[in-house]
Design a protein around this ligand. Sequence first.
Ligand SMILES: Nc1ncnc2c1ncn2[C@@H]1O[C@H](COP(=O)(O)OP(=O)(O)OP(=O)(O)O)[C@@H](O)[C@H]1O
Length: 712
Amino acid sequence: CSELHLRPFLRVSCVISGVYSVEDDGSCLGFVVPKDLADGFINNKRESYKFRFQKIFDQSAKQEELFDTVAKPVADSVLAGYNGTIFAYGQTASGKTFTITGGAERYSDRGIIPRTLSYLYQHFSQDSTMAYTIHISYLEIYNEMGFDLLDPKHEASRLEDLPRVTILEDPDQNIHLKNLSLQQAGNEKEALNLLFLGDTNRMIAETPMNQASTRSHCIFTIHLCGREPGSATLRRSKLHLVDLAGSERVGRTGAGGQHFTESKYINLSLHFLEQVIIALSEKSRSHIPYRNSMMTSVLRDSLGGNCMTTMIATVSAEKRNVDESISTCRFAQRVALIKNEAWLNEELDPALLIARLKKEVQLLKGELAMVTGEQRSEKLSPQEIQRLGEQLKVYLDDSDSEAMLDVGPDMRKICHCFSELKKLLHFYFFQTMVCKATPDIPTPEEVKKLKDMLVQRDNEISILVSMLKKEKKRVQDAVSTAGNMEAQSSLQSSTANLSDESLKGSEDLSPLPRLLQRKKGLELSVGRQEAFEIFKRDHKDQLTIEDNKALLKLRYTEAKALGEKVNSARNKVRVMGNLPESEVPDPMEEKLLAQIEEEKNMYKNTFGKLKGMKTEIEHLQLLLEKQKFKLQKDFEDWWTHEAGSMQVGKPLLFKSIFFLFTCAPHCSCYESPSDQQTDCPDAGFDLVNRKYGLTFRRMSSCAAQLRPGIYF
Ligand SMILES: Nc1ncnc2c1ncn2[C@@H]1O[C@H](COP(=O)(O)OP(=O)(O)OP(=O)(O)O)[C@@H](O)[C@H]1O
């Protein structure tokens, strides 16, 4: 990066004489302007002026000399990768276009543009260390509007037909010219053709002062790109060659109408140029008004930016132009105060860089294959992954703290192992967090134990359930037998012959249907029934109940035998009582009556016994039912108050929730609005952290979904 002042040169287009004088070895232009009495007697106007330049070229100076002194150093710095600008400033017809583009009459009148192009291409042909490409753009700014002079579809008929160029500014405040074409020029001839095309398209208008005066600013830009063969570094530089519109004041042109408007715009844009230059020359100014005009926006880099800029001030050394000449020289002095910072425009070519890196990767892969003796694909094969899993397991199981996991010099394998270890670590943290949050959560060993216990309990439950079914059937049979007996008893009591007062109270001996009715109302769900069976098995009253059941069974059997005996006695009495007297011989009649009496007594006694037994059976049944109800009640109490801590249920419950969190996050108990669903299973870790504030009720609900009806 180098800091340098803008360099102003002066070119005088006619013989220097009269009020003009060149002093100090040709670097200083002096003016002596005698006071005009017409301006009044009191006149403080200065009479002499002196302006210093890098060099003054008089009317005899050749185009070649000007190019060598002014343009060549700039062209060299552009070739080295720095931006450059040469702009010509001066009043109309002072020789700006002649300096920048050249005269059309003689080949030697060629201006800076064709000579620079020629110089650049000549350099390209001589320099084999670099490969260069040139692109050219040619912009005309007329009345603050930009036009592309290199549009090949248009000839210079009307300026409005040319493509309009507009300014765009990116977030980094870089200026982009929309619609300005960039034409590649492979050689000097192509470049000169483009210059010719642009010049043809230029707007030419006539003013009283100059028959062919340009009324617009023109910027011919050479975009240069240089690269050393094989290198990814590009040097991109720009050279602006600027031919500004005439700087004379509107009043002097004598123009009216359209030309007045043009002059107004020209003066305005030059005024803005001057403002920019004044702002740049004042160190304290932080804001530079580049945006005021299109020209200052385009030349932003050339003025106070990354550019080596040279100004050529052109004056017409005639007495009548002395004011304009002084004005031009003053402007040049201000420009001389501006400091630019130019730096090398080097950048990396991304495409080339990628290609080079790819080649390097390929080479390194080849080298690696040679060293390891194996070709590597991008991904690990399933066999390799399996082998790594085994190696990792051996490594983790090894209690030796200095154990090594050697997977060889293969980044894919190393990355895979790290990834697996990370997963394990996450799982470990997940478990630790969950266990911290819920100390009752079983460890994997405990889970295994509980699972075994669960299987055992399941077996027990199924045995008990089948036992219960059998028992139920037996009770039903007994109840139906007792029902029959009761029916028989009713039948008996209705028999007129054998009516007995003691038998009349038998209607009250039936509280059983009521108990059975109550029992029906206590039906449990299947799962709860199973839990009840387990509870019942361990209950302290169970033995007494079993004893009572056995006794009841015995009494049923005895009652059945007695019933048969009673029936047989009753039948005998009926048969004997019905015999006609003639069929019974006298001596036998007495014996028969005694027998009938005996059978009657027998019947009466047996029936009395049966009645007593029936009462005992009913009492036994009542007792049994009471004991069962007590047991049922105990179960209900236990279920309501203690089931939460039951040994089998609780671990199962937590195990269920653990399962839910890790493997079943879509369980419907998560579907409350506050619970966000998460993908299974990786989200389980976080989910448990956030969600473990579940109530027992909700936990129950979760577990219930897993094992419906068994414990809940
Ligand atoms: N040094 C010179 N030697 C010979 N002829 C010159 C020289 N300078 C200018 N002229 C001639 O003077 C005339 C006007 O010059 P030129 O067109 O370059 O002026 P200009 O400053 O570009 O005017 P404008 O502001 O209108 O564009 C041209 O015909 C040109 O050939």
